[in-house]
Design a protein around this ligand. Sequence first.
Ligand code: GLN
Length: 600
Amino acid sequence: MNSDDLLASVSDVSDESEFYTPMPDGYIRGRCRYVVIVGTVISGLGKGIFSSSLAKLLQDKGLKVAPIKLEGYLNIDSGTLNPFRHGEVFVLDDGMECDMDLGTYERMLDLNLTRDNFATSGQVFTRVLEKERHGEYLGRDVQMIPHVTGEVKMRLRELAVKSNADVVFVEIGGTVGDVENAYYIEALRELAYEEGPNSVCFVALTYVLEPSTLGEQKSKAAQLGIKRLMEMGVQPHIIACRSARAVTEKVRQKIAQYTNVPLARVFSMHDCDSIYIIPSMLREAGYDFEVIRLLKLEQRINLRKERKAWLKWCDFLDRLEALKYKVTIGVTGKYTTVRDSYASIIHALDHAGVHLNSDVDIRWIDTTDINDDNVAEKLAGLHGMLVPGGFGVRGAEGKIACIGYARENNVPFLGICFGFQMAVIEFARNVCGLKKANSTEIEPDTDEPVISVLPEQKKIEGLGGNMRLGGKDIDLTVDTVAWRLFGQKPKTHMRFRHRLEVDPQYIDTLSKNGMIFSGKAPNQPIMQILELPDHPYFIGTQAHPCMTSRPLNPQPMFVGLVAAAKKLAYPQLQLPDPAAAAELILQQTRQLQLTTENSS
Ligand code: GLN
């Protein structure tokens, strides 16, 4: 039976056939192609960075791309995962809490993704079990193959239909050989069989070891890792060798010989300084055209469009590599040893830095031992301070001390979510005289609960999934810093992930004492942005602005922070105020967008 006959006969459950491939309505086979990224040897190879960079090269050529990450774990989403173990929980506009790789895709592709772009084993099995309970398997025993794998293929094809993508990029979590991810690889093997030749391109990322005692690169682990993939019935088309240094020709030859992959498609992908360099590394090595040829997409690409997109990207890279100024920004955080927990913040600071010709040096500050007596010494030399999101008691008082210091000493400050809440507490205590002000998260029985559980969230407390999540509109108050930062528009939109909020009963007191709530939820008394006048830059938001910062479109609140830090670090330059600097950058990025849109 060829794959056409197979597809014609397998759509439904029946006693007649062993095949089971549910198909979404409107799916046209051959319309969408798939690139599948798997990792071998070790985890942490940067599959998401690789996949998003390759997807970007195809997107630049006018192809519509849609990424999806398949996670092996049984959690329904990443909401309950500890960022210390798994990296930050990234929130999509539709409220999905997902793996940080989705942030990488959004930044690289400048796309807003949805829950369709993120699948976990928990979601896949839930769907299978729901179908079982509804009798949809018609008396069959429900099996990993074909039912669970069928569900995976269904998810991928649904994404293809919904996104109308030319190419779906499938990143399989973990490493080949993990039990929990094996059924994903099997599903993709089946998909390739059903879709037919030139429809699915498998890319294996592997690792070439270079033990210091030997001083030479060894390919055995890479060979074995790929063999493992081949044992599962998958022949990779492309191999990307991660390594500390460029992989030698000899090692590439060995890998090619053992894996049936032509040498021209065994690439070196060694470490580099910035992830934003990866697309150019892949482009120079010719990955993009290998994929285009393998998937027979030559007729769909637009090289004129690519030239323009690539120029813009190269301009960003040129600027990134020649930053003239340097600012030091302190970031307070509990997970200070794990940079992945603050990935979006690091990127947002970098994006803003590039647009302000400034290298942002982040100084990580553990606040557990900071108090009013030592805060000046701990924060010495900073040009700005950022207090990020967080949960729980640890280090909270230290953060409040840092914010008090920034407020009184004109240090530029940006508070994000928990940082915004701590700024409210600091102000309530030290300016409004509410000495006992606190958050009910830190002190459940506090006498002055300036931050407490949202009225709307109280109703669902204890049921799980009780956070206020996803993209929300924010009404901006005219003539405030926030209003100027966002281009003097009446509204903006940011992503949220919180349970607590400024208690509405304190809004009056805080405002009367000089705190300006410049961003509010449209129809509820939810304070979303605060700022202080008579300070070079003191701003906070209940949202997570870092999650919508993009390389070519830096997030305005971050631009404001870096601009204010630069102004403090280089007084001799007589720089504009931070809001004016942000307005200028907003105009420039809009202009650039318009010029490329009009001319493509
Ligand atoms: N813990 C706070 C809340 O739930 C802040 C959350 C956060 O910083 N993401 O509201």
